[in-house]
Design a protein around this ligand. Sequence first.
Ligand code: NDP
Length: 350
Amino acid sequence: MTAIVIDGVDIAGKIRKTVSNGVKQLAHHNGIRPGLATILVGNNFASEAYVNSKRKACDEVGIEYFGHNLPDDVSEIELYELVNELNFDSRVHGILVQLPLPDHINSEKILEAININKDVDGFHPNNIGKLGMKNRTPLFVPCTPSGCMMLLEENSINISGSKTVVLGRSNIVGLPVGMLLLNKDATVTFCHSKTKDLPNICREADILIAAVGIPEIVKGDWIKPGSSVIDVGINNTWISHDDDREFTCSSSEKTFIAHYQSLSDKGNRRIIGYLCENSGDVYSSENLPKDIDKNGLVKLVRKNKLVGDVHFDEAKLVAGYLTPVPGGVGPMTIAVLLQNTYNSAKLMYS
Ligand code: NDP
């Protein structure tokens, strides 16, 4: 058996097209342009990449984008005030605070400060609370879980009455996706870091949702033959290279493995650090002095590969349906964010 690979890019593309058409209609009939504001605190590499892809996606469908970048040491009250300002900005129909926030900021407080009518990420306790209650309808549903449901529904995968296992119970993915499945009458088992005998529990699942953040933890023999497997995990692993070497940061004594960019072959590479050829000093990409002359530096890189929480090649031989990484859940997350922002704008003027 070979699983049907669910094409998240294609399904997300259809959603984007619908949003793009809707945005044009709103402009034409109501003179309104939906707007999304994102708030990024600090310069976390992954968060910057996520925010950038959201900006690009907004541009593509005609949603106005307001990007706010705040320094790492911004105070909680400053961040709170910005959220509040955006709550009252009539050009903004959706507010997204990129998580995780630095430790000195109480994420719960900030997420609660977002006007529920602009909570396009769906993380406000009011929205999450309604998701967990019978016969209540949240205004917005978190994007990734909603995207998972669409992937199942688009492929006519039967949810009602199915045995469903969700690996992970985070507020962002595991918990809400489990609640959505429960609302569709699945029998849901949540697993987490303290769960015993994970493989046997997974083997019972007609639908398996993996949202753990451990590369390829789900092996082929954890999967029930013919079942549907949705891999939410996005894990950046690196591929070892013949020219890999260990470098020690001059200032912090921390070591990392990388190779010179000039020796690396082409592909998806990530800069890990820099070597100053004159002094022999090594810097990690996080502690590169701001005033240093970059011309005198050699880039130290690693070759990257994105993998999911499911061992794709093994799972493909057993599952009935399977999402790839990349190209499965990831594109859906952004498509649903665009859809939520568009819906928010529509709701405000209906
Ligand atoms: P979190 O780290 O917040 O949660 C991970 C969950 O996995 C926790 O509930 C944790 O349990 C559980 N867990 C950890 N180790 C194990 C284990 N050995 N066995 C079983 N369960 C375990 O991660 P997120 O939910 O934010 O993200 C999960 C993955 O999904 C990540 O790879 C992330 O990058 C990806 N992601 C992808 C998105 C997309 O658009 N495709 C969007 C958001 C996330 P416990 O609660 O006990 O700690």
